[in-house]
Ligand binder design. Structure first.
Ligand code: 13P
Length: 255
């Protein structure tokens, strides 16, 4: 049983055709062989170009959201089957910005994740507490509630991203102790949902102001298996530095 580190870039609503081409053409050459798994999640409009450039390389492409139905009258939505049809391998689901601005709930996030897995996609499922919740001592209860809906998912096509909302885009990253504590609690929770063996194989990424200068210490924590990187991933050099900060090989509880 081992966990290969996973480093994912979430470009959010940033990027142009020109920028994704230049970025990816260099990134595919700079990703270390036998290093961490690397995923780039640009906006929907850039996905076809990204898939074409990354084809045959070590970089996988992911979307930032998908709908919970395969087709239908849902103006403005994108079905997971459409992403799979395009050659997309990953999708981010339940990001706190979706929860905060677009009415995403635990239930809709779970439905999207289930539909994504039915379409053959790998899911990065995001969760994390707000500052008010942390200060009220509710962090573990929030993580427990948010992770309850994972029960309906296939753990072998799933990664979890712990993204404390107060650390996203604020420059205020969680301390390594806060991250490790939350990740270890989540892994215990996942063991309850999926069994110890599946939980030991599941990757739990940290997200929230990951930068080249703090990535190595976060990624060295025993239960931090990768990073979901926002702002710092827009800069190719910064993202490459974060990739190189990840432990190269595989590691895990039962190596
Ligand atoms: P930042 O790295 O910009 O804090 O964003 C984190 C995030 O939300 C990744 O999904």
């Amino acid at each position: 049983m081992s966990r290969r580190p996973l480093i994912a870039a979430n470009w959010k609503m940033h990027g142009t055709l020109e920028s994704v081409q230049a970025y990816l053409e260099t990134l595919v050459r700079r990703v270390p062989v036998a290093g961490p798994e690397v995923v780039l999640c640009p906006p929907f409009t850039l996905l076809p170009a990204a898939v074409m450039i990354a084809s045959g390389s070590e970089v996988a492409i992911g979307a930032q959201n998908c709908h919970w139905e395969d087709k239908g009258a849902f103006t403005g939505e994108v079905a997971p089957t459409m992403l799979a049809d395009l050659g997309i391998h990953w999708v981010i689901v339940g990001h706190s910005e979706r929860r905060q601005y677009f009415g995403e709930s635990d239930q809709t996030a779970a439905a999207r994740a289930q539909a994504a897995q039915r379409a053959g996609l790998e899911v990065i499922f995001c969760l994390g507490e707000t500052l008010e919740q942390r200060e009220a001592g509710e962090t573990m209860a929030v993580l427990e509630r948010q992770s309850a809906v994972l029960a309906g998912l296939d753990p072998s096509h799933l990664a979890i991203a712990y993204e404390p909302v107060w650390a996203i885009g604020t420059g205020r990253t969680a301390t390594t102790m806060q991250a490790q504590e939350a990740h270890a609690a989540l892994r215990r929770r996942l063991a309850g949902l999926f069994g110890t063996e599946a939980a030991a194989a599941l990757r739990i990424l940290y997200g929230g102001s990951v930068k080249p200068d703090n990535a190595a210490v976060q990624l060295a924590q025993p239960d931090v298996d990768g990073a979901l990187v926002g702002g710092a991933s827009l800069d190719l050099e910064g993202f490459c530095a974060i990739i190189h900060a990840a432990p190269g090989g595989r590691r895990g509880a039962e190596e």
